[in-house]
Design a protein around this ligand. Structure first.
Ligand SMILES: Cc1ncc(COP(=O)(O)O)c(C=O)c1O
Length: 374
C-alpha cells in the first residue's frame, strides 16, 4: 500500500465544479482584489471565531509582517519568538529591522516555554509571539501572564490553528492579535495563498487594514497615511474560502477523528515514542507530529512500508544559516534542538481513507515491537 503524506487531488475533487464556476465568475468580472468576497470572508471569519475585527491578507507571512509593523516593530525593538517553528515568524521580525530573540520550547509539546520566555526579556522587548504548531497550542495563560507583567504585546501565531479553542476562546484572539493562513495545505486551505488577521483591538485593526493596502484608509484613494504594503487578498481566493468555510467544521471533525485515533494507538508506546495527549483544549489537527527516540530509523521503516512522512522541522531556527548573524551555537536551545532530532509527521488530512489510517497505526506499532527497531 502507498500512503501519501498529503493528497491535494482528493482534497479538491469534490469542489471541482464550484472552483470552475468561481474562477470563471471572478475572472470575467471587474472585481478582482479586495472587493465583496473579501469583505464577506472577513465577516464570516469574525462570526466563526468571535473576533471583533478581521483583515484579509495575501498570506500568513504578510499578515505577521503587517501586525508586527502595526505593533511598532522595527530597528531597536526585540521580539520574543520560539526557537522551534516555521521560519516566517522570525523572518518577519528580522525583515522589519527588529531583533528576533529566540525562546526555547517545552520538551514534550514543542511550544514556547513561559519560564524561558521570562528569562529572555530585554529592556527592548515589545512583542512576544507564541506559536501553535501541528495540533498543539502554546500555554497562552502562562504566556499572557508573563506578557502582562512585562508590558509586552502578544501576537499569537495561529496560522495553522483556525478553529482551535482554549479557555472558551478561539486561537487567534487569545492575545492582542492573531492570524490564520489559508495556504492550500492548511486546515482551511484555499486555491492559492491567503490569510486573515484577527484582533479585538479597533485601533490595531484600523492600522493593519491600512498597512495591507499602501497605508490608504479605504475612503480616499491615493491618500497614504502610512508607508504600507501590497499585501491584499484576491477575490477568487476569498470566494472559494467562503464556500469551503461552509463545511469546515466537518473537515475539522474528520481531522480530529484521525488525530484521536493515532493518540489512542500510540499512547502506550512510551518511552520510545512521545505524543502530546492533551485534551484540556479543543485541538485542530493540522499535522500529526510525534517524537521518536530513533526517528530516522522509524522514518525508514515506514517508508519501506510505503508510508510517506515529513520532518517538521529539521533545524532549530537560531541554528539556521539565515540567523547566523545572531551568534547562536549548538546547545543554546536544548529542547528545540532535541525535538528537531526526534519529530516525525505522519499523514493526516481530512480526505485520508480509514484504511490508510489503520495501516499507519499498525506500521508504527509494529516498528516499536520489532527487535531491529527498539
Ligand atoms: C506556524 C506558521 N506560521 C506562519 C506561517 C506562514 O503562513 P504562509 O505560508 O501563509 O505565509 C506558517 C506556514 O506554514 C506556519 O506554519
Amino acid at each position: 500500500m502507498i500512503v501519501p503524506f498529503f493528497n491535494y487531488k482528493a482534497r479538491y475533487a469534490e469542489d471541482k465544479e464550484k472552483i470552475k464556476e468561481l474562477v470563471y465568475q471572478v475572472g470575467t468580472s471587474d472585481q478582482f482584489i479586495l472587493k465583496e468576497y473579501v469583505a464577506e470572508l472577513e465577516e464570516k471569519i469574525c462570526a466563526f471565531t468571535g473576533a471583533k475585527h478581521a483583515i484579509a491578507t495575501s498570506n500568513g507571512t504578510s499578515a505577521l509582517t503587517i501586525i508586527l509593523k502595526a505593533m511598532g516593530v522595527g530597528p531597536g525593538v526585540d521580539v520574543l519568538t520560539p526557537a522551534f517553528s516555521f521560519i516566517s515568524t522570525a523572518s518577519a521580525i528580522a525583515l522589519l529591522g527588529g531583533r528576533p530573540v529566540f525562546v526555547d520550547v517545552d520538551p514534550i509539546t514543542g511550544m514556547m516555554d513561559p519560564v524561558d520566555l521570562e528569562s529572555k526579556i530585554t529592556p527592548l522587548s515589545r512583542v512576544v509571539i507564541p506559536t501553535h504548531l501541528f495540533s498543539v497550542m502554546a500555554d497562552m495563560t502562562a504566556i499572557n501572564e508573563v506578557a502582562k507583567r512585562h508590558d509586552l504585546l502578544v501576537l499569537e501565531d495561529s496560522a495553522v490553528a483556525l478553529g482551535a479553542r482554549m479557555n472558551d476562546t478561539m486561537a487567534g484572539i487569545l492575545g492582542d492579535a492573531g492570524l490564520y493562513s489559508f495556504f492550500p495545505a492548511k486546515p482551511l486551505g484555499g486555491i492559492g495563498d491567503g490569510a486573515m488577521i484577527v484582533t479585538n483591538d479597533p485601533e490595531l485593526a484600523r492600522l493593519c487594514r491600512m498597512l495591507r493596502n499602501h497605508g490608504q484608509d479605504g475612503i480616499t484613494r491615493f491618500l497614504h497615511h502610512h508607508i504600507g504594503y501590497n499585501h491584499r487578498m484576491d477575490e477568487t481566493v476569498a470566494a472559494y474560502l467562503i464556500y469551503k468555510l461552509g463545511r469546515f467544521s466537518q473537515l475539522l471533525e474528520r481531522r480530529a477523528q484521525i488525530g484521536n485515533s493515532y493518540n489512542e494507538a500510540f499512547k502506550g508506546l512510551l518511552p520510545h515514542l512521545q505524543i502530546v495527549d492533551d485534551t484540556s483544549y479543543d485541538r485542530v489537527y493540522y499535522t500529526y507530529v510525534l517524537q521518536a527516540e530513533r526517528r530516522d530509523d522509524l522514518r525508514v521503516f515506514l517508508s519501506e512500508k510505503g508510508i510517506e512522512t515529513q520532518i517538521y522541522y529539521p533545524r532549530a531556527l537560531p541554528l539556521q544559516p539565515a540567523f547566523a548573524y545572531l551568534g547562536h551555537k549548538e546547545g543554546d536551545f536544548p529542547n528545540a534542538e532535541r525535538i528537531t532530532k526526534r519529530a516525525l509527521a505522519l499523514p493526516l488530512y481530512a480526505e485520508m481513507p480509514d484504511e490508510h489510517v489503520e495501516y499507519v497505526k499498525h506500521a508504527v506499532i509494529t516498528a516499536m515491537a520489532v527487535s531491529t527497531y527498539v
